[in-house]
Design a protein around this ligand. Structure first.
Ligand code: NAD
Length: 313
């Protein structure tokens, strides 16, 4: 399959790893990474890189034409905890970037769009356990409101204009290459770094807060699987529920202690606790498993082994 891919927001937590995986699949020169800031050395040197503001439609169109881009992956966004501090900016970035990319596809400059949603589309009135694909959705955060609106814009462009846009509701993504960018599930990355670096961690969520999570390798695999699925198999054009594991700070601590027995965690919940309380604790992703054969690989134990091994390096 020959594609030329433009990634907007490639220097972030997910972009750093998705860019490298896409380059290994489609060829280094066929994956153009872009962001408003420079990325990791690997991303900057292994293929093309452009400084692009994801809301700058003119520059995006110029780059799309210059490279004959066929797919855009839009990863630039303001995440949950930061968006609560800058609501207007978060809305502007999260919505205008998406509408610009959907217009590009509507006007046939590109063939396919990937745009991630989040478990933040759910809210305090959503059933918490095994949250279904279709359920009550009354998000209480700026980030969640922007993601839920975005999902329906995607569906609208698909229904009205035949745009091939695909989306996943990521849970908290855990990785070691690039630090996360201001989300509510960031503790599950920080905790591994602190376990290795100092042996102590002060957690900003309470010990019993259960949230859906996923190791980065699974998130990247799911993204590429969905983008490569036959159009007819992609039956949901808002966004697919996607799940792998769920755990509490207490449970991840116990898992780390199997490797670092003296690891010590204290709990000082801050404003992010309220956001976490409004989100599901586990997700039913049976539609993704049925429609395009989604399967996760990493559980809490195997992810912990990978995280500690790589951070120690
Ligand atoms: P991140 O914050 O780590 O990265 C976002 C990147 O976007 C950053 O490199 C930033 O410099 C860039 N950016 C910000 N403003 C920009 C602009 N105007 N133009 C171009 N680039 C800009 O975020 P991430 O964790 O990599 O998330 C990627 C996507 O996945 C986002 O849409 C996010 O909402 C979604 N998501 C992430 C998680 C997670 O746990 N990481 C969970 C659910 C959904």
């Amino acid at each position: 399959m020959s594609e030329t891919i433009l990634i907007l927001g490639a220097s972030g937590q997910i972009g750093t790893e998705l860019t490298q995986k896409l380059r290994s699949v489609y060829g280094n020169s066929n994956v153009i990474a872009s962001d408003i800031r420079e990325g990791s050395e690997e991303v900057m040197t292994s293929g093309p890189f452009e400084i692009i503001d994801a809301t700058d439609r003119e520059t995006i169109l110029k780059v799309v034409k210059e490279y004959n881009v066929t797919q855009v992956y839009l990863l630039a966004a303001m995440l949950s905890a930061t968006a609560e501090k800058f609501p207007q900016k978060a809305w502007d970035l999260n919505m205008n970037s998406l509408l610009g990319v959907l217009e590009l596809a509507k006007n046939k400059h590109i063939k396919q769009v990937y745009w991630p949603s989040s478990i933040a589309v759910f809210g305090p009135t959503t059933p918490k356990q095994n949250t279904p694909q279709k359920t009550i959705m009354e998000p209480s955060t700026v980030y969640g409101i922007s993601k839920l609106s975005g999902e329906f814009w995607c569906n609208y462009y698909h229904e009205k204009f035949g745009v091939d846009v695909r989306s996943l509701r990521y849970p908290g993504i855990i990785s070691w290459k690039t630090k996360p960018g201001g989300g509510t599930t960031d503790y599950a990355v920080d905790i591994y770094f602190k376990a290795v670096e100092t042996g102590n961690y002060e957690c900003f969520l309470s010990e019993k807060t259960r949230l859906p999570m996923m190791y980065m390798n699974d998130a990247v695999a799911a993204t590429i699987n969905l983008m490569q699925a036959k159009p007819a198999d992609v039956k949901i054009r808002t966004s697919y529920n996607l799940a792998a594991i769920d755990f509490t700070p207490e449970e991840i601590t116990l898992e780390i202690k199997k490797h670092i027995p003296d690891f010590n965690v204290s709990y000082t919940p801050d404003s992010r606790q309220e956001i976490a309380n409004s989100w599901p604790s586990s997700i039913d992703d049976s539609e993704a498993r049925k429609d395009w054969n989604w399967k996760h690989k990493f559980d809490l134990a195997s992810m912990t082994v990978e995280m500690l091994k790589n951070i120690k390096k």
